[in-house]
Write a protein of this length. Sequence first.
Length: 175
Amino acid sequence: MAPGAIDGPDLNPFAIRTMLTLRSSSPFDLFDRIEQQLSQQLHSAERVPAAEVHETPEAYEVVLELPGVDKDAIDVKATDRSLVISAERRNQRQLPLQPAPEASEASEGAQPIAGAEKAKSPLISEFRYGTWSRSFRFPQPIERDQLEARYQGGLLTVRAPKAHKASTVTVRVEG
């Protein structure tokens, strides 16, 4: 084999392409690419809150972390055995538009920039905004009409009583 040739079962095409890319780029370019990829993954990750599900002999209780969510933006629905919770976290801290400086404030001879009126936005934001939906399926049926939901201190607690009605159906066999 020629000197410098890449061969072996341990190298896949991705590794070869990465090695070639590393040789042709500066280390700073590599760090910039890594930062871009991590940023993309952070923004494309699901917006699903952490949850705990508890079971007692009488009911199921679901607790979700929803800090910064307005109570009116929470929706709770139920079927026979499942609970569907959806919500939207809106950006409440968006600052109002800042007007462009007036001509008297601007330096002489300077032209105002077109579209100089814009919303202030943060330099860095790690807050997550948007909508999401989450469902929980229970092993026993629940009483949909008796659901209780409470939102306090950034925690949503939904209590779903278990259905204790056992319905049996007798089928007559013909033939």
